[in-house]
Design a protein around this ligand. Structure first.
Ligand code: DX5
Ligand code: ZN
Length: 219
């Protein structure tokens, strides 16, 4: 079953409790939280305290996507505040193996994120250590961008690699996904779909999540 992870980056921050209640009612499986530091990406968003606040208002597992320099310095704080899934980018990380092991030792689901142009070969020596791979299907930093077409091949290739190795690594895809393209994208072998603007900028986020789940189950 495909999991839907609404990204609160697109939610109304003055009304987070109600925004989250809507996607919970729609059947969302995870809550995706985009942490940006203004260095790794040209935008700044949330820190650990917001993750702690979100943890108090929802039962949904918190899927924390760290778009930050030096994630090792910060991820324990996010875990202490309630992060359940934590993903770190491979780009520029000199100690990816150490960081993933460290995340797993702290009991969270550990994931590696690849930017759109980062090759799958970057995963050669880390794939068997992770719980999931997050493939960026837009350039990280902002909501509301268009899905990058060549990600379809990338998803398909990663699915093949994982299946061939017999691993139980889940594939999460993030960026530019809506009710119209979700079915096709998921057909390439996606386990978790992140959706921001298509959910929260719609007048009925509950309906969007329910519709996404329905379309994924009709395949
Ligand atoms: C982009 C973030 C995404 C973003 C997705 O840097 O990682 O999670 O919120 O937003 P949409 O679904 O609008 O592309
Ligand atoms: Zn994200």
């Amino acid at each position: 079953m495909v999991k839907i992870a609404p990204s609160i980056l697109s939610a109304d921050f003055s009304n987070l409790r109600e925004e989250i209640a809507k996607v919970e009612k729609g059947g969302a499986h995870l809550l995706h939280i985009d942490v940006m530091d203004g260095h790794f990406v040209p935008n700044i968003t949330f820190g650990p305290l917001i993750v702690g606040a979100l943890n108090r208002i929802t039962e949904l597992p918190l899927d924390v996507h760290l778009m930050i320099e030096n994630p090792h310095q910060y991820f324990t704080q996010f875990i202490q505040e309630g992060a359940d899934w934590v993903s770190i980018h491979c780009e520029g990380n000199r100690h990816l193996n150490r960081d993933i092991i460290c995340l797993k030792e702290q009991g969270v689901k550990a994931g590696v994120v690849l930017n759109p142009a980062t090759p799958l070969s970057s995963l050669d020596y880390i794939l068997d250590y992770v719980d999931f791979i997050l493939l960026m299907s837009v350039n990280p930093g902002f909501e509301g961008q268009k899905f990058i077409e060549n990600l379809k091949n990338k998803i398909r290739s990663l699915r093949e690699i994982i299946d061939k190795k017999g691993l139980r690594v889940e594939i999460e895809v993030d960026g530019g996904i809506d009710v119209d393209n979700i079915q096709e994208i998921v057909s390439y072998g996606v386990d978790i779909v992140v959706a921001g603007s298509s959910v929260f900028h719609h007048r009925d986020p509950e309906w969007v999540v329910r519709e996404m789940i329905k379309r994924c189950s009709q395949m």
